[in-house]
Design a protein around this ligand. Structure first.
Ligand code: AGP
Length: 589
């Protein structure tokens, strides 16, 4: 949800570095983009509509600057609403990620006091409020502290002033991370891949802090105004993990990486697994929460815990969590599932849980994220950077960690290891060129359809819903997932000759029933795509999956669906890495 970059150097030209960094954050928003640089106290800006990777830019001079790629919230997608935004004097430029909740009253106040606002955005008021501070004789730092306390909501921004020659960042909600090198240059960005090819030494700005960026970094708590000391830590991501390499799309690269990421997900601290399992077993209520695909992982967790640990856990879409607040006790466990660790609805839910004294566990991909910092225990899924907007490898790794946790609850982590090792070997064999070609062939049979339905039973029911999310977001075909038994209660009315129905089948007790459900729609004209270890005569097309343990069948069945979605999106001519209207990290409510 918007990407911010900033760069300061003693000698280097900032623009090329900002451009390179911003291209790596394109997945966060791709409606428009812009830059501001300082060249001998001249503030230069450039703003364009469209994707940064598709657009020619003019190189701006200067050794420090800021950049922004936008996912529009306030105001249309046009150049005027693109960041950076400037104050009346044109001497302050601001890039921003978040939503200013008291935007209206602040805008009215600024207009009444004579400021001319040019855009429809909430961001622009930050530049004018900073201008007001400077006019009142404040330093830029004091003015940043003042407005950081004034604006409500999750807001992070970086301001550049040609009057003072300074760059200052403020974080409250949306991530900002500093990349530190040799003291001669400093990076700041919404996500680490922006500077991963330059440095692995990072400092996370915490909520409620600002940072004055230059030769010496100074950090302040913006509530107290006190200076704070920060640690520099080294992260172990590899730069090439965030690059396309030989692949045309991140989505395909990340699907293929599942050959390795399932193994990395198994690399968990066993003591933590045991401690958390004890807490789950003794808890008064366990809630798994997440959004979108991560919420589907939570739904899958409900089946995994039931089957493996004979335990009922609740899964709740994070944006609905507040409705369950009255069930929360200090002995309740809340387990967040998230790739980014920054999703606003999940963070809001976790803050509710924290207030109620619950212990918080998280299953996350992004190291150092906001969720990690408010969790009592974190299980990193170790999938490496996931850049395609559609989550693939992070999803299967999250499910792998759920399986480990469920087995930890019955003190049998070894069995989870066995299941996951068996699965990852079979996934490795499955993802071969012949298999890819076959899925490409199946995609050709259905890519012109306007609807696709997916059915599953048992643990493959939440997977049917996840499959629909995958298909919709990259192919824009209307897709819906149902429990196999539900079709005849309404949706079957939508089945007509040639409607594709994907049946997700595992070698478990639901197999015969889901085949009957597939038959019910086939006899009404549906084309059946069976995703299963064994062929069946009712399938029009068969996508073979390996025979694995029942709880692992969701991973084995999901990977071909990810590939199918990818192929359909490509056949329909879409940019599967950057689907329309979406962004990778949803930091607004
Ligand atoms: C995944 O394909 C989706 N783009 C989306 O639903 C995503 O899973 C959701 O926004 C949650 O993100 P998170 O895992 O970063 O919290």
């Amino acid at each position: 949800m918007c990407g911010i970059v900033g760069y300061w150097s003693e000698t280097e030209n900032a623009f090329d570095i900002l451009l390179n960094s911003l291209k790596k954050l394109e997945y966060r928003g791709y409606d428009s983009f812009g830059f501001a640089t300082l060249n001998n106290r001249d503030l230069m800006t450039e703003r364009k509509v469209g994707k940064i990777s598709d657009t020619q830019c003019e190189r701006l001079p200067g050794n420090m600057g800021i950049g922004h790629t936008r996912w529009a919230t306030h105001g249309k997608v046009n150049e005027i609403n693109s960041h950076p935004h400037k104050d009346c004097s044109g001497k302050i430029a601001v890039v921003h990620n978040g939503i200013i909740e008291n935007f209206k009253e602040l805008r009215d106040y600024l207009e009444k006091t004579g400021h001319t606002l040019r855009s429809e955005t909430d961001t622009e008021i930050l530049a004018h409020l900073l201008e007001e501070g400077l006019k009142k004789g404040m330093s830029l730092k004091e003015s940043v502290i003042r407005i950081s306390n004034l604006v409500r909501g999750r807001n992070s921004f970086v301001a550049l002033s040609s009057d003072t020659g300074e760059m200052i960042a403020s974080r409250n909600g949306s991530p900002l991370i500093l990349g530190i090198t040799n003291g001669k240059e400093v990076f700041i960005a919404s996500d680490i891949p922006a500077f991963l090819d330059k440095t692995k030494k990072v400092t996370y700005l915490d909520d409620g802090q600002i940072c004055c960026i230059g030769e010496h970094l100074e950090f302040y708590d913006f509530k107290t105004g006190n200076q704070v000391q920060k640690r520099v830590i080294e992260i172990d991501w590899k730069a090439e993990e965030a690059e396309l390499g030989d692949y045309k799309h991140f989505m395909l690269k990340e699907i293929m990486e599942q050959k390795e990421t399932l193994i990395s997900a198994m690399n968990q601290n066993k003591e933590h697994l045991i401690e958390v399992a004890k807490r789950i077993n003794g808890a008064k209520g366990v809630f798994f929460i997440g959004c979108g695909t991560a919420a589907r992982v939570c739904h899958i967790a409900e089946y995994v815990f039931s089957k493996v640990a004979n335990k009922h856990i609740n899964y709740i879409t994070a944006s609905e969590f507040e409705n369950y607040e009255h069930f929360l006790l200090p002995e309740t466990l809340v387990i967040a599932v998230s790739q980014s660790g920054e999703t606003a609805d999940v963070l809001d839910a976790l803050n509710i849980a924290k207030r109620k004294g619950c212990k918080i566990i998280s299953i996350l991909n992004n190291p150092g994220s906001s969720m990690e910092r408010i969790s009592d225990y974190t299980f990193p899924i170790n999938a490496g950077p996931e850049k395609a907007v559609a989550s693939t490898k992070a999803t299967t790794s999250q499910i792998a960690v759920v399986i480990l946790l469920a087995y930890a609850c019955i003190e049998n982590i070894k069995e989870a290891d066995r299941i996951l090792l068996d699965l990852s070997g079979k996934v490795n064999d499955m993802l071969n060129p012949r298999y890819e070609a076959h899925i490409g062939y199946v995609a050709k049979q259905v890519y012109k359809n306007k609807d696709i339905f997916i059915i599953g039973r048992g643990i493959n029911y939440p997977l049917a819903i996840e499959s629909a999310i995958k298909l919709m977001e990259v192919s824009y075909i209307h897709a819906q997932g149902f429990a196999g038994g539900e079709l005849k209660h309404g949706p079957i009315a939508l089945i007509e000759k040639g409607t594709p129905v994907i049946a997700l089948i595992a070698e478990d007790k639901t197999k015969e029933e889901i085949l009957s459900n597939a038959m019910e729609v086939k006899s009404r004209g549906a084309i059946i795509i069976g995703v299963s270890p064994e062929k069946n005569e009712i399938f029009d097309y068969w996508i073979k999956t390996p025979k694995v343990d029942e709880v692992a069948s969701v991973i084995a069945n999901l990977i071909p669906i990810q590939l199918l979605s990818y192929n359909i999106g490509i056949l329909r001519g879409y940019n599967v890495d950057y689907p329309r209207n979406l962004a990778k990290s949803v930091t607004v409510r």
